[in-house]
Structures are given as C-alpha cells and as structure tokens.
Ligand binder design. Structure first.
Ligand SMILES: Cc1cc2nc3c(=O)[nH]c(=O)nc-3n(C[C@H](O)[C@H](O)[C@H](O)COP(=O)(O)OP(=O)(O)OC[C@H]3O[C@@H](n4cnc5c(N)ncnc54)[C@H](O)[C@@H]3O)c2cc1C
Length: 288
C-alpha cells in the first residue's frame, strides 16, 4: 500500500456545526500499471505474467502506459477500471447526505457510524446547517431547535431509553462518518452524477473533495473524474434544457439538443426514430 496525502477539511463557522473532512486513506498499489495490465491482457498475445514482466523491466514506459489507458478510457470497455480501488475516511457529513450516498450499490462498500451503538454525549449535538439557513437569517431558530432536540435526546438516554430508540428524534442535520472502499469504475460513475450541479450541494461538495484527494495522489487518474458532461466522460449534458441553461458548466459544455441540431444541420442525415428495419439491419450485421 502507498501512503496517502493529507485529508481535505471543509471548515464550518459555528461551534456546533460539524466539519466535513475527506481523506484518501489508501489506494491499491500501482494503479496505472494495474489498469494497463488489465486492459492489455484483453488485447495481447502475451500472458499477464509476461505483460507484468515487461512493466517491471520498464520495457513499457510510463508515458506509453498513460497514453494506452487514456485511449481505453474513451471506449465502453470499463470492467478493468474495477481493478483499481480507493479507500476514504469521511466525517462530519449529514444524515441527509448519507441517505443519498448509500444509494450507490455497485463497486462501493460503506461502513457508517451507528446511531445505535454511538451515544452522543456532548452538551449539544453537532449538526450540519446549510448556508441557505444563514442567508434566510433563520440560523438562530435552526440552532435553537437542535439545542432542544439535544436536550430531549440526553434526557431520553438518562431515562433509560436505548440509543437505538432515542435516535428517532435526531434530524437529517445530524452528522455521521464513513469508511468507504470504492473502485475506479464506480468513482467515475459517482462523479458523473454527483459533480453535476443537479446533485445536492453537500454530496457535490464531498465528491469534489474526494476528487481533489485523488488528484493530489494520482493526477493521471483524476483527470477522468468529471461530471458526465465533461470532455473525458459522456461529453454533453443530458439533463433538461432548462437545467442546462441555468448550469455554470453550460458555458463550456453542450446540451444534447444542440448536438442533435448540429447533426441535422451539418450531417448528411436526419435523426429519426428507430424502426423495425433498423433492428433487422443490426441483426444481419455479422462480425461486429
Ligand atoms: C440528481 C439526482 C436526483 C435524485 N433524486 C432521487 C429521488 O428523488 N428519489 C430517489 O429515490 N432517488 C434519487 N436519486 C438517487 C438515484 O435514483 C440513485 O439511487 C443513485 O443515483 C444511485 O444509483 P445508481 O443506479 O447510479 O447506483 P450505483 O450503484 O452507483 O450504480 C452503478 C452502476 O451500476 C448500475 N446498476 C446498479 N444497480 C443495477 C441493477 N440492479 N441493475 C442494472 N444496473 C445496475 C447503475 O445503472 C450504474 O450504471 C437521485 C440521484 C441524483 C444524482
């Protein structure tokens, strides 16, 4: 295992507010070489052992490895990306975020702080407060409600209510922690969805910090971690036209409707709905 860089902390202003921290704890050794060997195994007469011998003898330079991987990543051949794995330590995120995060099911493994086993013993529960509450000048009411919740939670525990039942009054603002293992294929997918401005701000911020951590350690890999409209991903926005018009990335990335317009204006063909004859054409094409 290779040592990881220092974590990124997103500071919050008020005392009881939780601080988001994201740290790349580790990653599978030699990720670029692993990607290269995994892809090469598919396309080479060499055995994987021979491929690794060439890598280790430095018969294949780092530039060649980078270039080869870059070309493969432009294709739909994605399974080799599952062979590169990252571990993250994440803390101070809200239960609102965690509900969203754990919806990712494939290529990611979570351990999350339990509200059954952990009794919050501080005077006041920590919480995550969105900046919109401050902008609306409702932060005092927010803090006051949380303070009352905290008092009742503490009294509930003192009255013998088990933590797993006392937690029923805890809000979505309650902070939580994760230890996460995620592979590169899933990290790309998470960035596709969660770096998009359609994603909720807190999970977007967390995934941006995950990307920043990978970038610090492995810039060659991080270059592919983009929202789905990025030039190294799908390349265009497939959200609604109204959302694209509001998005700051709309200045630099096209909407799918624009691409169709260009296809029809400058291509020699008009985009049409697929008919049965198109499916027959697909069936009859052999050796694809
Ligand atoms: C902007 C936004 C708004 C959202 N709003 C809501 C909402 O209102 N309500 C709600 O419930 N959820 C919502 N979600 C969550 C969303 O529905 C998904 O649960 C979440 O994005 C993770 O799902 P995934 O399929 O990408 O999972 P992942 O596990 O990250 O998927 C990884 C890949 O595997 C594929 N995959 C995963 N499981 C299967 C399977 N069983 N069969 C075939 N392919 C599979 C996925 O399609 C994907 O390509 C929202 C997500 C976003 C980004």
């Amino acid at each position: 295992m290779i040592g990881a860089p220092t974590g990124v902390v997103f500071p919050m202003a008020m005392t009881n507010q939780a601080t988001m921290q994201v740290k790349l704890i580790d990653y599978a050794r030699a990720p670029l070489e692993k990607l290269y060997a995994a892809f090469r195994t598919c396309y080479s007469a060499d055995t994987p052992i021979e491929i690794w011998e060439k890598i280790e003898a430095e018969k294949i330079g780092r530039d060649k490895i980078r270039e080869f991987i870059g070309e493969r990543l432009k294709t739909g051949h994605a399974s080799p990306l599952e062979q590169v794995v990252f571990w993250f330590a994440i803390s101070g995120v809200s239960r609102s975020l965690s509900h969203q995060f754990v919806r990712h099911r494939i290529g990611i493994s979570f351990e999350q702080q339990s509200q059954r086993y952990v009794r919050f013993k501080h005077d006041r529960l920590a919480y995550v407060m969105p900046e919109s509450w401050e902008r609306a000048k409702l932060e005092d009411e927010f803090a006051e409600l949380l303070a009352r919740t905290s008092d009742l939670y503490t009294r509930a525990l003192a009255a013998g209510i088990p933590a797993e039942d006392a937690r029923f009054i805890l809000p979505n603002a309650a902070p939580t922690n994760f230890h996460v293992m995620v592979n590169f294929a899933e990290m790309l997918h998470i960035c596709d969805l969660r770096l998009c401005v359609r994603a909720q701000w807190e999970i977007r911020r967390m995934v941006a910090l995950m990307r920043a951590e990978i970038k610090r350690a492995l810039p060659e890999i991080a270059v592919f971690l983009q929202p789905k409209c990025g030039e190294n991903r799908m390349g265009y926005c497939d959200e609604s036209l109204q959302d694209w018009q509001k998005c700051p990335l709309g200045r630099v990335r096209p909407h799918k409707s624009v691409l169709f317009e260009l296809y029809e204006r400058y291509g020699s063909r008009k985009a049409q709905a697929l008919g049965e004859e198109d499916f027959r054409a697909v069936e009859e094409k052999e050796g694809l």
